[in-house]
Write a protein that binds this ligand. Structure first.
Ligand SMILES: Cc1cc2nc3c(=O)[nH]c(=O)nc-3n(C[C@H](O)[C@H](O)[C@H](O)COP(=O)(O)O)c2cc1C
Length: 381
């Protein structure tokens, strides 16, 4: 099958990845209500078709945080994405650079900041979680600065992790022990192509940026146990002073779902926010991002850059998010499915698909530039 859409890449990812990795990528927390809402609420937004408007030239470029880019899209942070393909984050960063859009490296990536910096020519963004050990945090920020990262995405919707039932069922989560390891080994063996390409040729697997604080352990269950114990639930707005003192570049606060929180982000001088519910992986039952975005954009859209994510599976969805008030979007699972399905080429292809879908959506809504997308782009129904 030649993939023609993000969902085709999802199907390919399911066939290529060991079961526990696909479930980790594809799943959400608890009953996955919010995860499904993200997709369904976007899909339900009807676009307003307009005709006879000379759409022979469509410009998709935009400027985010002072840098121009080819599309109003960035590859959002996905933990462990680097296990979806050999040295996967490097491949994704290269694809993003070739397409002219930013790549954001997760704190909990498989490749280190330095490896990604060595592997790509374009600057990238770094995503930070609040970790109890401030010296380690300071060190990470220093690495991001030294690597020339152009923005810091500070994720605030994970003071504690949401429970993802699929990870328990697959053997990824739960107490460290031989049982889970054997199950994962069997699942990897059932995907020989992945086992050879990523499991063998992709070595060493050291769990990237957090390897130095894992005390010599490199198992996935040890890694999740470390996350549970070391993410800092005491984090407040006051900690932003610490981040600001260590990071001079643009600061983007990710995980905002409420207009009051968005105002607080603007008040502390953040350059951007990401309206996000972590792809439905944290508090199941919260609204979709599409539903809360208009009120948040109305509250702070004139004061900072509003990005949004959650459920974007096509260029039409990107146009819908912009119509709801976002200045740009982050792709999440969309790019990670493509990385699992076809590596760097797959991520590049998904970005081409998104671009082509956006062009058609804009042509048929009669819009020729990104700033022309707004509430009028949606049909009232
Ligand atoms: C497997 C997986 C891992 C993720 N890891 C991170 C992470 O390390 N840091 C972060 O800020 N967000 C993380 N997210 C959330 C994404 O950045 C993004 O908000 C979400 O995937 C958007 O929803 P979508 O996948 O439906 O597009 C992760 C999401 C997934 C699916």
């Amino acid at each position: 099958m030649t993939p023609a859409s993000v969902l085709d890449y999802r199907a390919l990812a399911r066939r290529r990845l060991p079961h526990f990795l696909f479930e980790y990528l594809d799943g959400g927390s608890y009953a996955e209500v919010t995860m499904q809402r993200n997709v369904a609420d976007l899909a339900a937004l009807a676009l307003r078709q307009r005709v006879l408007r000379d759409v022979s030239r469509i410009d998709l470029s935009t400027t985010l945080f002072g840098r121009s880019q080819s599309l109003p899209v960035a590859l959002g942070p996905i933990g462990l994405a680097g296990l979806n393909a050999r040295r996967g984050e490097v491949q994704a960063a290269r694809a993003a650079a070739a397409a002219g859009v930013p790549f954001c490296l997760s704190t909990v990536s498989a490749c280190t900041i330095a490896e990604v910096a060595r592997g790509t020519t374009a600057p990238f963004w770094f995503q930070l979680y609040m970790i109890r050990d401030r010296a380690f945090l300071r060190d990470l920020l220093g690495q991001a600065r030294d690597a020339g990262c152009t923005a810091l995405v500070f994720t605030v919707d994970m003071p504690v992790p949401g429970s993802r039932y699929r990870d328990y069922r697959s053997g990824l989560a739960g107490a460290p022990g031989i049982g889970g390891t054997l199950r994962r080994f069997a699942q990897a063996a059932a995907r020989p192509r992945w086992a050879w390409d990523v499991g063998v040729r992709g070595r060493p697997h050291s769990l990237g940026n957090v390897a130095p604080v894992l005390g010599g352990k490199s198992g996935l269950t040890d890694f999740f146990a470390w996350m549970r114990d070391n993410f800092d639930p005491s984090v407040t707005w006051r900690d932003l002073d610490f981040i600001r003192s260590e990071w001079r570049g643009p600061l983007i606060i990710k995980g905002i779902l409420d207009a009051d929180d968005a105002r607080a982000a603007a008040d502390i001088g953040a350059e951007g926010i990401v309206v996000s519910n972590h792809g439905g992986r944290q508090l199941d039952g919260v609204p979709s991002t599409a539903r809360v975005l208009p009120a948040i954009a109305a509250a702070v859209g004139g004061r900072l850059t509003v990005l949004a994510d959650g459920g974007i599976r096509s260029g039409l969805d990107v146009v819908r998010m912009l119509a709801l008030g976002a200045h740009g979007v982050l792709l999440g699972r969309a790019w990670a499915y493509a990385l699992a399905g076809a590596g760097e080429a797959g991520v590049g292809h998904v970005l081409q698909l998104i671009e082509a879908e956006m062009r058609v959506a804009m042509a048929l809504t009669g819009i020729t530039e990104i700033s022309g997308i707004g509430p009028d782009t949606l049909a009232d129904d």
